[in-house]
Design a protein around this ligand. Structure first.
Ligand code: FAD
Ligand code: UQ1
Length: 450
C-alpha cells in the first residue's frame, strides 16, 4: 500500500509561488514505502487523470487490455470543472462536482498515485516524485494547464477571501468563495477579470458575471450595483456570431465592458483591484470593488514545459490534426496541456479523444493516421439561471453547431443541457471512453449537410 505524506512546511520557508502551489495541492511532497526507486513498464502510459487522461485510459483499456495501461495522477479527487460555474452562483453544490479518483480509473488499469516530475522521451521513461521510473512504449500526455494565482500581486490568502469579498470559479478551493461574495454583496462594483494568457473555457469568466447580474436582480440589489467585465482581450468573445449576441446582452443588462484591462494587483484591505491598460503599457486604473471575481493567469504544465516535448511556449507540441507529437512518434497529447490552436474545453477533449483513439490504432498497426481533428470546441455561455447560448466552433473560428437551430439565441433547453445532461454525459460517456463529441449527431441533425 502506498502511503502519501503531505508535509506542510511553514509558509515563510517557501517562496510565494510554491505557497500558492501548496494551496492548490500541487507542491505535495510524497513518500511511498513500496515504490521508492522502483521500475515499472507499461505498453501505454497516461500522464494525468483529468478529463483527457481518464477518457484515454478507458479507450486504451478497451483496445489493449487493462494490464497494459497505467495512469499517473496525483489528486485523490477528480472534478467535473464545468459545473463550477453553477457552484459559484449557488445553483449546484461543490460536492456534486467531485468523485474519488479511484472511482473513475477504469477497473484493472494501474493507478500510479504520484506526481510526474520529469519526462524523458529519448529513453521512453518518466520519473515520479517518489523516485519511481516508469518506462513506456506509447505515452499519452494529459497533464492539463497550470493556474497562476500567485502572479497577481497582493492577492490575499484564500482563507481571507470571504472577508475581502473575492471569489474564483477556477479552483475547487475558491469556487464557493464566489457564492459567498455574491450573497454578501450590498452595493457597489462587482468586478470580473480575464487574464492576459491562454485560459481554459474562455467563456467562464463572463458566465459568472451574467449569473451575478441575475442574482442581484432576483434579490433586489441590482439598482445599486455596477457590474464590470475587465478583460485583457480586445473582444468580448473570440467568435463573432456569439460576440454579437453577448454585446446585445451586456447592453440590455447595463453591464460595463472594459477591453484590454489586465488585473495585476489586488489591494484587499482597501477592496481595490488594479488593472493595467494593455494598449498603453505602464498606465494603470484602480477599481473599487464590493465583489471581485478573479480568473487567474494560466500557463503550460511545468513538467511539460521542462521537457523536450514542449514547443517554444511550453505547451505540448502535437500535430493539430492527428494529436501525435511532432517529434516523438510514440508520444501523443490531449486537452489543455497541448498547443492545439483551439479553445481549451472538455468538449474539445471529447472530440480529441475519438481522433486520438483512431490515431493510436493506426500507429499500432504501423499505418498512417487518417482521421483529422477539426478543432471542434464548445462553450455553453450561461447567461442567467435559466438560459444558455451554446457556442460551438472549430479551427477556422466559424460556428460548427450541433443543433439545426440558431444557437446564438439564449435558450432554456441549452441551460437544461448544461446543468443536467452534460454532467451525465461527462461521468458516464466521456470518462468511460464512449463520448467522442457531437460530430456524428451533428451530421444526422443537419441531414448530412455539415
Ligand atoms: P484536467 O481535466 O485539468 O486534468 C489534468 C490532470 O493532470 C489533473 O487531474 C491534475 O491533477 C493532473 N496533473 C497535473 N500535473 C500533474 C503531475 N505533475 N503529475 C500527475 N498528475 C498531474 N469545458 C467545457 O467543455 N464546457 C464548459 O462549460 C466548461 N466550463 C468550465 C468552467 C470552469 C470554471 C473551468 C475551470 C473549466 C471549464 N471547462 C469547460 C474546461 C474543462 O474543465 C477543461 O478544459 C478540461 O477539464 C481539460 O481536461 P484535461 O484533461 O486537459 O485537464
Ligand atoms: C461536450 O461534449 C462536453 O464534454 C462532455 C462539454 O463539457 C462539459 C460541453 O460543455 C459541451 C457543450 C459538449 C458538446 C456536446 C453537445 C451535445 C453539444
Amino acid at each position: 500500500m502506498d502511503k502519501e505524506i503531505i508535509i506542510m512546511i511553514h509558509y515563510s520557508q517557501r517562496s510565494k509561488h510554491c505557497m500558492w502551489q501548496l494551496k492548490f495541492g500541487i507542491c505535495r511532497l510524497h513518500t511511498s514505502s513500496g515504490n521508492a526507486s522502483s521500475k515499472e513498464h507499461y505498453k501505454v502510459l497516461v500522464l494525468g487523470g483529468g478529463s483527457g487522461g481518464i477518457a484515454m485510459s478507458a479507450r486504451m483499456k478497451r483496445k489493449l487490455g487493462a494490464e497494459n495501461v497505467a495512469v499517473v495522477e496525483t489528486s485523490e479527487m477528480h472534478y467535473y470543472q464545468p459545473i463550477w460555474t453553477l457552484v459559484g452562483a449557488g445553483a449546484k453544490s461543490v460536492a456534486s462536482s467531485g468523485r474519488p479518483t479511484s472511482s473513475v480509473i477504469p477497473p484493472g488499469v494501474k493507478w500510479v498515485r504520484s506526481n510526474v516530475q520529469e519526462i524523458h522521451p529519448d529513453t521512453n521513461t518518466v520519473r515520479t516524485d517518489n523516485g519511481m521510473e516508469i518506462s513506456y512504449q506509447y505515452l499519452i500526455v494529459a497533464l492539463g494547464l497550470q493556474l497562476h494565482y500567485e502572479k497577481i500581486k497582493g492577492l490575499p490568502e484564500i482563507e481571507d477571501w470571504v472577508k475581502f469579498k473575492i471569489g474564483s470559479n477556477y479552483s475547487v478551493q475558491t469556487v464557493e468563495k464566489t457564492w459567498s461574495a455574491l450573497q454578501n454583496f450590498k452595493e457597489g462594483n462587482a468586478v470580473f477579470s480575464f487574464p492576459n494568457t491562454p485560459v481554459k473555457c474562455a467563456g467562464a469568466p463572463q458566465k459568472i458575471m451574467y449569473l451575478t447580474d441575475a442574482y442581484l436582480r432576483k434579490t433586489g440589489k441590482r439598482a445599486t450595483a455596477n457590474i464590470m467585465y475587465n478583460t485583457s482581450l480586445p473582444v468580448l468573445f473570440g467568435i463573432k456570431k456569439y460576440a454579437d449576441a453577448l454585446w446585445e446582452i451586456v447592453k440590455n443588462r447595463d453591464i460595463q465592458v472594459n477591453l484590454r484591462h489586465n488585473l495585476i494587483e489586488v489591494r484587499a484591505n482597501k477592496q481595490e483591484a488594479v488593472f493595467e491598460n494593455l494598449d498603453n503599457p505602464g498606465e494603470t486604473e484602480v477599481f473599487e470593488y464590493e465583489m471581485l471575481h478573479v480568473t487567474p493567469p494560466m500557463g503550460p504544465n511545468p513538467v511539460v514545459k521542462g521537457s523536450s516535448l514542449a514547443d517554444e511556449g511550453g505547451w505540448l507540441d502535437v500535430n493539430k490534426e492527428t494529436l501525435q507529437h511532432n517529434r516523438y512518434p510514440n508520444v501523443f497529447g490531449i486537452g489543455d496541456c497541448t498547443n492545439l490552436p483551439t479553445a481549451k474545453t472538455a468538449a474539445a477533449v471529447a472530440a480529441q479523444s475519438s481522433i486520438l483513439d483512431r490515431t493510436i490504432s493506426k500507429v499500432l498497426k504501423n499505418e498512417t493516421p487518417d482521421r483529422k481533428y477539426d478543432g471542434y470546441t464548445s462553450c455553453p455561455l450561461v447567461t442567467s439561471y435559466s438560459t444558455v447560448i451554446l457556442a460551438e466552433f472549430d479551427y477556422s473560428g466559424q460556428p460548427l453547431e450541433t443543433f439545426p437551430i440558431d444557437q446564438s439565441k439564449e435558450r432554456w433547453t441549452m441551460y437544461h443541457m448544461k446543468a443536467n445532461v452534460m454532467p451525465q454525459l461527462y461521468w458516464h460517456g466521456l470518462l468511460k471512453g464512449f463520448w467522442g463529441g457531437p460530430g456524428p449527431y451533428r451530421k444526422i441533425m443537419h441531414l448530412g449537410m455539415k
